[in-house]
Design a protein around this ligand. Structure first.
Ligand code: GUN
Length: 295
């Protein structure tokens, strides 16, 4: 048996179409403010994509590019100004911030109602308490892909490999919200291989290239690979290539379905950010959230 490939690019494209359609149903266009501090090349690419897709979905994009030597207080003041700007529905501060800047000090200033990244303490608290709120984008993308593949997730054993604030912890809570039985596995977990092998759904989010081997996977399991690791290319000496946390080549012969890297979870993050921007705008402005965004 060969696993079916979960195409995150197509799913994300469809989700962006739904966001665009949702925007047409609103009385006014939502606006997303993106703050980029410094010249990190990967961040520049991400931010350019966020701006492009925000506009493609019919929303307003406000871009703030600040030099790497900007003082932390200046970034905080910008966030405060965006909080007060009634035209702004969502605020995203691109991470990582330049060395020496404390991202916690900046993120915590984002008003929870505009926290489209779902990274503030208020958003994390709401998720943990099971209250409605803005959910982190990448883990939400994982749930969407798993549900699209498997349907109802109730009672399934979901093993989340990794416990980061950005992905692992919120992913565990989001799969719990879907009535999964959730295990969080990490570097200190005993019998890691056996724990992973008991998963109906395995979320790999450790940042270790191709750590998960075929022998770690239950036959027919759904594998969601969040890893984005740059490794030297064997075929093209001197070049690099992207691989996930799962050995795709061997895993696909055991799994039932699996996300590739690139083209799996990655494209979902921005699509979920756009969806969150519409959800934030609707909540702030007392509009009904278009049902096309439900999943
Ligand atoms: N840098 C890489 N991914 C992300 C993300 O999802 N949100 C933010 N704010 N920064 C990132």
């Amino acid at each position: 048996m060969k696993a079916s490939k979960i195409d995150g690019r197509i799913f994300a494209e469809n989700l962006r179409k739904k966001v665009r359609q949702a925007v047409t149903q609103l009385p006014d266009s939502p606006a997303l403010a993106v703050v980029l501090v410094g010249e990190d090349p990967a961040s520049q690419v991400y931010v350019a994509s966020k701006v492009k897709f925000t506009e493609e979905c019919g929303m307003n994009s406000l871009e703030y590019k600040l030099p790497a030597d900007t003082k932390e207080t200046e970034v905080v003041n910008l966030v405060k100004k965006l909080n007060e700007n009634d035209k702004v529905d969502g605020i995203l501060v691109q991470l990582p911030l330049p060395e020496g800047m404390n991202s916690d000090n900046v993120i915590k200033e984002i008003h929870p109602d505009k926290d489209v990244d779902g990274l503030t303490e208020a958003s994390a608290g709401r998720l943990s308490l099971g209250k409605s709120g803005l959910r982190p984008c990448t883990p939400t993308g994982c749930v969407m892909l798993a549900k699209d593949e498997l349907g109802d997730l109730s009672g399934k054993h979901c093993v989340v490999l990794g416990r980061s604030i950005l992905v692992g912890k919120p992913a565990a809570l989001l799969f719990l919200e879907q009535n999964c039985t959730v295990t969080i596995a990490h570097s200190r977990t005993k019998n890691l291989e056996a724990v992973c092998k008991s998963a109906d759904i395995l979320i790999a989010a450790v940042g270790r290239p191709q750590m998960v081997q075929a022998s770690w996977i239950k036959k027919g399991a759904c594998i969601i690979d969040v890893g984005i690791n740059r490794v030297p290319s064997v075929k093209r000496p001197g070049k690099t290539r992207l691989v996930g946390d799962v050995n795709y080549t061997t895993a696909k012969d055991v799994a039932g379905s699996i996300t590739p890297v690139p083209g799996g979870v990655g494209p979902m993050t921005i699509a979920c950010l756009l969806r969150n921007t519409v959800i934030a705008a609707c909540a702030r402005r007392n509009w009904e959230t278009p049902s096309i965004l439900n999943f």
